[in-house]
Design a protein around this ligand. Sequence first.
Ligand code: ADP
Ligand code: MG
Length: 512
Amino acid sequence: MSKAIGIDLGTTYSAVSVMNETGKTEILDNQDGDKLTPSVVFFQSFDGKDEPLVGIQAKNLAAMQPENVVQYVKRQMGDPNWRFDSLNDISYSAEEISAIILRRLKDGAENALGEEVTDAVITVPAYFDDARRTATKQAGEMAGLNVLRVLNEPTAAALAYGVQNSKKETVLVYDLGGGTFDVTLMKIEDGNFNVLGTDGDRNLGGFDFDNALAMLISEKMEANGAKDVIIDPNFAGKLREQSEAAKRALTTVDKTNVFLDYNGKAYKINITREEFEKATTSLVERTQEILEDVINEAGVDWSEIDHVLLVGGSTRMPMIQRTLEQSLGRTIQYSINPDEAVAIGAAIQATLESLKNGDYVSEEVSKIAAQIKVSDVTSQALGVIATSSETGKEINSVIIPRNAKVPSKYTELFSTSVANQKSVNIQVTQGDDEDPVFVTIIGECELELPGNWAKGSTIKITFHYDIDQTVFVEVHDEYDKLIGQFEVERAANMNKQDLLISSRKIKELSID
Ligand code: ADP
Ligand code: MG
C-alpha cells in the first residue's frame, strides 16, 4: 500500500509532506532538491506543443518572460471565467493550471519515496467557499490524485503544532504568506476545529514587502545618479528578485548589501533592517488591524487565546513576531517551520484518512492516530430564499448553519404562501446574511406540488451535506411524503464530462 501524502498548495509556494512508519512527518524534497516548490508555471513550447515547467525554474523565468508565466493561480480557483492562453493557443482554466502544479508535486513525491503516490489531502484557506474547494479537489483529480479530503489550512497548522490533543483551546492562526494574509480564530474541542472567525487580505503578503524594499533600493540608486529605476519595466523583474533576496537576508542579519547593474553601471546599495522595517510599518499595521477585528468580532479577549500559531514564510520576519508578542503580552513558541506547518498537518490528516479507509499503517502510526480526531465543519451557511410571512419580503433562511459538522442533515419547515400553490421554487443559498443580496445562489430547482393544498400547508426542506461538499435537497409534505429531490449542481464548477476531458489534457502534457 503506497503512502498518502499531504499537499500545501500555496499561492506562492507549495510543499508536500508524508508520515513515515515511525509516525514522524517529513517534508519531501522536490526534483530540484528543495522543500518548497514555487507555485509558478512557465509555458515552454516545443513543436507546437506546450511543455510546462513548474517551480524554481519557472519562477526564475518569470521576470524575463512574464507573458508565458502563470503565478498566484490560487486566487482564481473556482472562477469559471478565468483563462490563461499559451503561445500555442491552448486555453487553461485555473483548475488545470493547479493540476499542472499538483502533477509536478506528485511526481516529486514519487521520486522522493520511490513508489507510486495516488492518495492525498490538499489544503485550502478557511475562507474558501465550496466552489473553490471543489475546484481544488477537481484539480487534484486531474493530476491523477485521489483526493481523500480538502482540509482547512489553519486546521492543518493546528494538527502540525499538536494542539489537537488538548481538551478545549482557543487557537489563533496567523498566516502571512507570499501573496495573502489570513487570520483564523479557532476553538478546538474534542477534535472539533470550529472556526470562530476568519478574515484576511487577499492582496497582502511577502510580495508587498518585496515591493516596499524595491522602492527603497531604487530610491537609493536614484540618489546615486540612476534615473527612473522604479518605472523601468525591463528592470522590474531583476529588482524584485534582488529585493526578495535582501528581505530574506534581513530576517537574520541587521544589514545587507544589494548589488545591481543598471544601464551599464554597477550599484552597491546598503540596506539596514531598521530602514526596511520603517518602510513596511503600514503593512504590519494593516495585519494588526485585521487581526484585532477578527478577535473583537468573535468576542474573544487576547488573554483567552491559548496558542498563537505562525504560518507562512513571511512570519519569519522579526517584526511580525515582535508585534504579535506585544499584542499577546507573552512569547510565542516557534517549534515548526512556518512554511512547512500546513503541509505537515495535511500529511497527518492523510494518514488518518488512510486509516479510516482500512489501509495498513504501522502500529506506531495507528497509536498516534488514535489520539487525534478532526471533524470537518461547513465553511459557509446554506439555506433557501423564502418569503417572510411578516413583511412579505424575500429573505435568506438558513438551513445548515456555518460550522455545522460534516456530514450533516438539517430540516426546516416552511409553508405555502397561497392556496392551491402549483409549484415551489427552491433557491439554494450560500451565506448567512438574511438579505438575499449578500448571499450566493448556488442552485435552483422548481418542484411541482399536488396543487390542492390550503394556504399555509407545511413544506419540509431537508439539506444533506456530505464530506465532498455536495448538497442534496429533499422536499417532503407534512406527512413526510416525498415531493421531490435534487442535487445542487454548482455552476462555478466543472461537470463530470469536462473534468474527464481536462484530466486527459493534463495527463498528456509533459511537465518538468
Ligand atoms: P504561500 O503564500 O504560498 O503560502 P509561503 O507561506 O511559503 O507562501 O510564504 C512565502 C513568502 O514567505 C514569500 O514572500 C517569501 O519571500 C517569504 N519568506 C520566506 N522565507 C522568508 C524569510 N526568511 N524572511 C522573510 N520572508 C520570507
Ligand atoms: Mg500558505
